[in-house]
Ligand binder design. Structure first.
Ligand code: CMX
Length: 141
């Protein structure tokens, strides 16, 4: 299993359109589209930043992970997670589990762009919600 790079940094926002301009216009990052990820109850926007990306996450439901996270922060935007690109999510999960890390997902799930994703609990990853993700060979991220 190889960890390759920071895939993206996720920021929870109450409304993507309200915050898109900061990254797209003020910082000049390339906006690469909006996608709904029903499995995670979010709508996401990606902005390219070198070999990595910024992901803005808007809740599709107040009961999903991002909806709950924003509610705890009085609805204000906040850094949400760090995503690490790996070549094999299942192997990365097995390695983390063997090292005693608490997993949120025991098996990879389907994330934005068809990536295989899985989360480590922030309690055992230095307080940072950490996503492991694996993109197919047809995707540059
Ligand atoms: N970063 C750091 N800490 C976080 C956190 C985050 N994003 N979200 C919650 N926590 C903290 C809580 O503050 C809490 O800390 P304390 O115990 O010190 O108060 C602790 O984690 C546990 O919180 P909890 O109440 O037990 O659990 P929650 O119901 O808040 O759920 C979590 C937290 C991480 C398990 C849940 O949000 C989850 O399963 N996340 C993974 C899936 C996800 O986030 N999907 C959205 C992104 C999808 C995508 O990128 O496509």
């Amino acid at each position: 299993m190889t960890a390759k790079k920071i895939s993206h940094v996720g920021i929870a926002v109450p409304d993507i359109e309200q915050f898109l301009g900061v990254f797209k216009d003020a910082l000049g990052l390339k906006f690469s589209g909006i996608e709904e990820v029903p499995d995670q109850q979010v709508r996401v926007a990606f902005l390219d930043l070198g070999e990595s990306r910024i992901e803005l996450l808007e809740p599709l439901s107040p009961d999903g992970p991002v909806g709950k996270f924003l509610a705890k922060n009085d609805g204000k935007p906040k850094f949400h997670h760090l995503a690490i690109e790996v070549d094999d999510v299942a192997a990365a999960l097995a390695r983390a589990k063997a090292a005693g890390v608490e997993l949120i997902d025991d098996e990879p799930r389907c994330g934005a762009g068809g990536a295989k994703i899985a989360f480590l609990h922030p309690k055992s990853s230095a307080g940072v919600l950490t996503e492991l993700c694996e993109h197919g060979t047809d995707h540059h991220k």
